[in-house]
Design a protein around this ligand. Sequence first.
Ligand SMILES: [Zn+2]
Ligand SMILES: [Zn+2]
Ligand SMILES: [Zn+2]
Length: 222
Amino acid sequence: MLIKFLGTSSGESIPRADCDCRQCKSVDKKDKRLRPVILINKKILIDAGPDILKQLHQNQINALEAVLITHDHQDHIGGLKDLLRARRDIRIIRLKPGQHFKLLGIDFYAFKVKHSNLVPTVGVEINQGVYIPDISDLDWAVKYIKESKAAILDGSVLGRNFGGHLSMNEIIGETKEMKNLKKIYFTHNGHTKKPHKEMQELVKKMGDKRFFIAYDGLEIKV
Ligand SMILES: [Zn+2]
Ligand SMILES: [Zn+2]
Ligand SMILES: [Zn+2]
């Protein structure tokens, strides 16, 4: 199964229009991040934030089967109307905890995660991988992360928990011990003011060589 990251920012894209920090001023292409979306086997999207049409255009994605929605926050559903207007035949699946189904031969299982008191949120097992872009506490998700070979997790904040997001520091602390995980990617990457290259070195140092910062356009096999 092929997963392509079409967007890897958190709620706001990077660079921020009004910021001169090193992350926003970076000339590295990997520091240009749109709102979080992944594409599975070129046909299935997870989430559709405000940048979705741009993401489909930039990546020349034509035939789409379905879009799966993790939760109703703007950075995940803000482009749904645009998407429907442009792709009338796409199926929208609002994931519910416990929902298990096969789509184009891929196994999906949605499970509840802690993130927001107001907006119910799920993580998704996708074959042997797990996608959890927004999470404030790993506890309900640990079981599923421990069943996976690859995990794509919340990179919103570095050192302290904030606004429904668990810090990368804590995520690395917990997942480092999980030897089932061959690779751990951070998406939903926040405004840490550190460029991609520096963040990449940092997560390797805090964790080990299995840790990566995802970037827009990255393709991985799971
Ligand atoms: Zn900045
Ligand atoms: Zn959210
Ligand atoms: Zn989000």
